[in-house]
Structures are given as C-alpha cells and as structure tokens.
Ligand binder design. Structure first.
Ligand code: TYD
Ligand code: MG
Length: 487
C-alpha cells in the first residue's frame, strides 16, 4: 500500500499527541459550572439558562474515579434500613437543644442549637464572624468544641481567644476548645473521629478542599461537596456544625444557592464596619422563626450582647430638635423603639432630592404624596432626607406614622416632644391603620419612660388602656393627629 501523500513523521507525532490529549480529557472530565446557581453544562455558555446570569460559567475538573464517601468509609455497609414511624412513636425532647449562653444567638436560632444541625453564617469580611464563632466556642464550656480554621493560624486564634476571654467569655480551666488550622476535608474528618467533639465550627467553607473533587477551593463543586459531606456527618453523628461563609460583591453568600438549600439554618451577620453595632438575622431556619434578630456591639474585647436595643437606638439629645420622632417597631417578637430623623429643606436645584437610609424609598415617596394630598403640606418642592438611627433597616409598617410626624416636624420646624412615641400604619387615604401586637409596643414604650403613645383607633379593640401608665392617644385621620402634635 502506498503511504498517504504528505504524511510525514511530523504528522505522525501530531497524531499521537492528539490521541494522548483526548485520552487525558476522557480521564479528567471537565464540565462548566455556573458560579451563581451551580448548574453544570458540558459546554461553555455566555448566559446561564437556569438563573439568567452572564459570564458565570467556569471550567471545573471532576475526577473520573468513582467517589467514595469520606465520612465513615468503613461504616458504609452497616447502614440500617430506615422504616416509617407513626408520629406518636417519635419522642421529641425540647431540652436537647444546646444553650450557647449567648441569649442573642439562642433567640435567633429559635432557642439554642439543634443537635445535628448545619448552620451557615454569612457576612462581609471583617464584620466579626470569626470573632462571634470563637466567642461561642469559648462560652460552650460543658462541650468539647473543635474550631477548624482555614484562614488563620493557631497563633492568631490563640491571641484572639485570650483577648475574648479577658472580657466577654470568662476564663475557665475546664474549657475544652480545640483548634485545627486545616483545609483538607479528609484530614478534618480523621481528626473529628479521633477527637469526637460535640460541636464543630468551620471557618470558612470556602477554604475547604476535598480530594475527591479536583477543582480549586472555593469553587462551586468544592463548596457543594464539602457541605454535603459535613451535612452527612452532622446528621449521622448528631453533632451540630457551624459554617462561616463569605459574601460576594452583590451581597449573597459566595457559592451556589444550593448551599443555602442544603443547610438547616442561614444566618446573616450585618452592620456597618465603621459602626460598632452588628445585627444577626435569620434568612432561613428549619427549627424556628426567621423573624428574630440579635444585636451585638463590637468592643475591643469582642462582641457584647445588646439586651435592650431601644436604649441604644434612641439618642440622648439635649434640648428638642425638629424632625426627630420615635416609632415603636417590632422585629420578630421583639419590640424596639427606633428613632427617625428627617430633614426637609427647600430644593435649591430644579428636581427635589429624596433620600432615605434604612427605610424603603418608595414608601417614603408614598407617604410624602399622602402628606401633600391629604394634609395639604407642599412637600413637592422640598428636599427630603430620612434616616433611621443606629444603621437599622426597618420594614415594619408601624413606623409610617413616626415617619410622617418627623417630616412634618422638620418642615414646620416645630420639635416633637421627646417623651412621645408613635405606632401605626398610614394608608393612601391619609387614614391611620391598626398594626399587630399593639400591647407589646405600648408596654415597651412605657418601660422606657415615654409618657404618650399615638396609635390607631382601630388598634384599641380588645385592649384595656387603663392598665398602662402611659397615655394612649387613638386617631383615625392623619390631619387630626398632626394638628394635635404640632399645637
Ligand atoms: P473577624 O471576626 O475577623 O471578621 P470576619 O471573620 O467576619 O472577617 O473580625 C475582625 C474585626 O473585628 C476587626 O476589624 C477587628 C474587630 N475586633 C474588635 O474590634 N474587637 C475584638 O475583640 C476582636 C476579636 C475583633
Ligand atoms: Mg474570619
């Protein structure tokens, strides 16, 4: 047979090279994974068909070998078969929740840590996630705690722990807190089997790396794999695990949304880095309400629990200033008195500016329109700046009335008494509407020494105002309320 024309030795090498490469490709299969939602595809795509995000596909290598379970490899065969149980066969022990000795965290979690739960705590860098977790680890005195850190060395952790023990978590000789600076999932599990801790903290999930996934730490497949292994460990051993997660530029927890679906509870640690108050919020909780809120203050000795938030949210002012009012709001089950400040001044440029911090800008525009149309204040030509003190974001409609009062007070330059607070929603017709749990709000205002509270007349149904030591003033119309307030 004639050799093919032009088929030289060089072509031959090229041919072999292509074959070898192709074989390698088959061995190390690569897929493209959306870094936003975790969808995978054999091809690169510009726009993710699942979540609609652009340029989120990243090539990741998946090892071809069949994956072995990492957690309890030897015990895989002895897995008992689960069977259905009648509801009354199951006994529930509420006392089994772990008390963290941190009332804020206990409340946010729905009454302590559930055994076998996986909790994810997210927050911006430097907000205090590591500090909070280390503090909790130190306060859990009767438990053996393992603090795994992929971000700091044992020296750094020791330094921080000493500082925390000085002030917040009292030093104790019986403390059983172990530190493991490690990122390999396999080594961590080996150490867990040796140590048998009752509580595990992972700082952070994005630094962990499993040998069974070849992509780099922090990628979607790594984060997913490590979380699912930790989930298996938590559920099988009944040991609670707390994961620290990073936040992306957009403010969501770095990693796919599936990460949030996998865990039992998602906590967000928020606050301004330049302000000392930090807020711990639940965005998902399988064992409790998501409406709860924890407040901390960052001090030089760690995070201090703020048990009476109203005291810090209301500034101590000297003399009375116009534009400042206090609204009785409810965050979860917790009543909170919040100071609202506004500044109304004539617009110097054509279009008046509206700016609000901590309050929905659309709702502010609506309230301005109501004040203009129903109460006759010409606010259309005014700049309006609204600020909720303390860096809080308030969604409770009960502060509408306090916002309206604050705007009118600034507009007319008449101060509102600092011994007065307000709690009602304002409707489009200028009507003052009832809000839920008014009794909690009234008693909180009373506790803090307020003398008067303005509420909706419709809130009065079924409550006895005589039992309070505070004057309750019911209204139905915004104009009437403002007329009384500004006299
Ligand atoms: P850190 O817990 O490291 O943040 P994260 O883990 O969320 O990235 O917190 C770091 C910040 O907290 C840092 O700016 C210093 C401050 N800090 C204090 O003010 N007081 C303290 O006692 C500690 C431990 C930290
Ligand atoms: Mg940290």
């Amino acid at each position: 047979m004639e050799p093919r024309k032009g088929f030289t030795k060089k072509h031959c090498y090229l041919f072999i090279e292509v074959h070898v490469k192709r074989k390698q490709l088959v061995k190390n299969k690569t897929i493209y994974v959306c870094q936003s939602c975790g969808t995978s595809s054999p091809k690169w795509q510009g726009k993710c068909p699942a979540c609609g995000e652009w340029n989120t596909y990243v090539e990741e290598v998946i090892a071809k070998e069949t994956k072995q379970p990492q957690w309890r490899q030897d015990k895989g065969n002895s897995k008992s078969i689960t069977r259905p149980l009648a509801l009354n066969e199951i006994t529930f022990r509420p006392e089994s929740r772990i008390n963290t000795h941190d009332q804020e965290l206990n409340r946010v979690l729905g009454g302590g840590i559930m055994p076998g739960s996986l909790v994810l705590i997210g927050g911006e860098p430097g907000i205090g996630k590591s500090t909070l977790m280390l503090q909790i680890a130190l306060m859990l005195r009767e438990y053996k705690v393992l603090y795994v850190s992929g971000e700091e060395s044992e020296q750094q952790i020791k330094m921080r722990a000493d500082r925390l023990q000085e002030k917040i978590a009292a030093p104790s000789t019986t403390n059983d807190c172990y530190v493991l600076p490690e990122t390999s999932m396999q080594i961590i599990f080996k150490q867990i089997e040796l140590l048998q801790p009752n509580f595990v903290v992972i700082d952070s999930i994005q630094t962990l790396q499993s040998d069974y996934v070849e992509s780099s730490a922090g990628s979607v497949s790594q984060v997913k794999e490590c979380t699912s292994e930790l989930m298996k460990f938590a559920k099988e051993s009944g040991t609670p695990v707390m994961l620290i997660g990073h936040i992306t530029k957009e403010g969501s927890i770095a990693g796919p949304k599936v990460l949030e679906h996998m865990v039992d509870t998602v906590l967000q640690f928020e606050g301004d880095r330049h302000m000392s108050y930090r807020i711990l919020r639940t965005t998902k909780n399988r064992f409790g309400s998501t409406a709860e809120l924890g407040i901390y203050e960052m001090t030089d000795g760690g995070l201090r629990q703020v048990t009476n938030p109203s005291e810090i949210l209301i500034s101590q002012r000297e003399g009375e200033l116009s534009g400042i009012t206090v609204g009785a709001s409810l965050e979860g089950n917790r009543p909170m008195l919040i100071e609202i400040q506004s500044l109304v001044s004539t617009a110097t440029y054509g279009t008046p500016q509206r700016s609000s911090t901590g309050f929905d800008a659309k709702r502010l525009n609506m309230l301005l329109a109501v004040l203009e149309k129903r109460a006759g204040y010409r606010l259309g030509v005014q700049d309006v700046f609204l600020n909720i003190a303390g860096g809080l974001k308030v969604e409770d409609p009960a502060i509408d009335l306090a916002v309206c009062a604050s705007i009118v007070s600034s507009f007319l330059d008449i101060p509102v008494s600092s011994r007065l607070c307000l709690a009602a929603e304002v409707g489009l017709g200028g009507e003052i509407r009832a809000v839920n749990r008014i009794e909690n709000r009234i008693s909180e205002a009373e506790k803090l020494g307020f003398e008067e509270i303005f509420i909706s007349k419709f809130s009065l149904k079924g409550i006895d105002t005589k039992k309070f030591n505070i004057t309750v003033r019911p209204y139905t119309k915004l104009e009437d309320m403002i007329a009384d307030l500004m006299q």
